[in-house]
Design a protein around this ligand. Sequence first.
Ligand code: ZN
Ligand code: ZN
Ligand code: ZN
Length: 345
Amino acid sequence: VEVWLQSLQKSEKAQIIIGARSALFLPFNDLGLIVIDEEHEQTFKQSDPAPRFHARDSAVILAHYHKAKVLLGSATPSIETYFNVQNRKYGIVELTQRFSNVLMPEIELIDLKDKYFRKKMQGHFSDVLINHIAEALALGEQVILFQNRRGYSPVLECITCGNVPECPHCDVSLTYHKHKNQLRCHYCGYSIAKPTHCQVCSSIDLTTKGFGTEQIQQEVQALFPSAKVGRMDQDTTRGKFGFEKIIDSFSNREMDILVGTQMIAKGLDFDNVNLVGIMNADNMLYHPDFRAYERSFQMLMQVAGRAGRSEKRGKVLIQTYNPNHNTIQQVTNNDYLGMYKEQLY
Ligand SMILES: [Zn+2]
Ligand SMILES: [Zn+2]
Ligand SMILES: [Zn+2]
């Protein structure tokens, strides 16, 4: 209420207001500029509880009413925002160098199909990833391991080749439904009985399980018993300041390895991290959503950006069954335009 009144009365104390989505509903008197950072974030859309609205898009309209300016910031703009730039609805300012000229990290792809075939995996860790972690720890550097949230939309995945069945009509992955033992498309309702073998390589090693941060934490702890391993996900950040505590502890170098979900992607700066390992890039690609490739690109670029924020060039290892997938290649080559063009094609 205090800020609400200050805003209404055009108080000196409220010349700049920093807020979440709801800040848009303040009674602005003389609005001149709205800055929206990380504009590509899907969390700007509030769908539950009501009112349902997209804070970024609402801000653009609000600014229009007030004849104010809007500044959208992102290293990986949403497709609709870049589309508006292409159509000259929005202007664009590009930063072509990272802060204080830090180099973009070097990205290396690890082919999981090949690694499993040649028995170079220990749990979910390839030999290359294990070696790089060992090297980083020996240098006293910290490591971030990224694993997407699981159990959200279970899909059927072939352990041998990585294939995930898709809807023949909608170009999205089919979701596994346990009670009926079938695969279903969440867009059009198409369904099939759960296959017994992979339609690509005929393997019968199929899984619907996926794996989460907890399993990765246990595996990496077993591989590096003397390392201090922390975890950042929905379970460990519950409670007041849960998120901040983990961030502080990692910044203060009380942990050697941090295993986390998308939470670790959000613009955090750790100056002692030069290695980021992405455990499995594919589960994002197979998320049953028509934006899955755009989101995967944004997420992978953001996570990769955590590596090497200081003098030393960072290294990002991406484990994937699909090293030749267009989206994975676009991430590797830092090719936003390629991603944009392909997704709008
Ligand atoms: Zn297969
Ligand atoms: Zn369902
Ligand atoms: Zn469908």
